[in-house]
Design a protein. Structure first.
Length: 162
C-alpha cells in the first residue's frame, strides 16, 4: 500500500509541474497535495516532511497562486497596458495552447495582449507592443514562480518516498 501511495503522490507532483505551465491546472496546489498525502499517511522514512516544511510550502503555494493572478496585470500596468490587454493575453494563451502547444501558449499570450490593446483600447502599435511585452513578461515570471515551487515540492515528494 505504501508503494501505491508513493506512486500516486509522485504522479501528483508531475501533474503539479505540468499544471505550472498549463493554465487549466493549479500546479503548486496539486504538488502540495502530493506532499500532504505523504505527510498524512506517514510515508516519510527520512523525516524530510516536517510540520514546519508543510506549513511553509502551504504558504508558498497560496502565495504563488495569488501572485500568478497579480503579476501579469502588474507587469502590464507598469508597461502602460490596460486591463483589456491582460484579459486578452489570457484568452490568447488559452487559444494558443489549444492549437499550437506548447509554444502557442507563449505566442498566444503576447498576440492576445497586443490585439486587446490595439482593438479594444484603440492604442497605436508602438504602445500596444510595449503593453504586450509587459503582459508576456508577467506571464513568464508567474509561470517561473509556479514551476520553481512545484519543482521543489516534487523534490520533497521524491526525498520522502525514497
Amino acid at each position: 500500500m505504501e508503494i501505491l501511495i508513493e506512486i500516486f503522490c509522485a504522479l501528483l507532483g508531475v501533474i503539479g509541474i505540468l499544471g505550472s505551465v498549463l493554465p487549466i491546472l493549479p500546479g503548486p496546489p496539486i504538488s502540495y497535495l502530493g506532499m500532504l498525502i505523504l505527510y498524512t499517511w506517514g510515508v516519510n522514512t527520512q523525516n524530510d516532511l516536517t510540520r514546519t516544511v508543510m506549513i511553509t510550502w502551504l504558504i508558498v503555494s497560496v502565495a504563488v497562486v495569488a501572485l500568478d493572478y497579480i503579476v501579469p496585470s502588474y507587469f502590464t500596468k507598469v508597461t502602460g497596458g490596460s486591463k483589456s490587454a491582460a484579459k486578452a493575453s489570457t484568452i490568447g494563451m488559452i487559444i494558443g495552447i489549444l492549437f499550437f502547444p506548447p509554444a502557442g501558449m507563449i505566442v498566444g499570450a503576447f498576440i492576445g495582449a497586443l490585439i486587446g490593446e490595439m482593438l479594444i483600447e484603440g492604442k497605436e502599435l508602438k504602445h500596444s507592443l510595449k503593453a504586450a511585452l509587459g503582459s508576456f513578461l508577467g506571464f513568464l515570471f508567474g509561470t517561473g514562480l509556479k514551476l520553481t515551487a512545484s519543482g521543489v515540492m516534487m523534490y520533497y515528494i521524491i526525498a520522502a518516498a525514497i
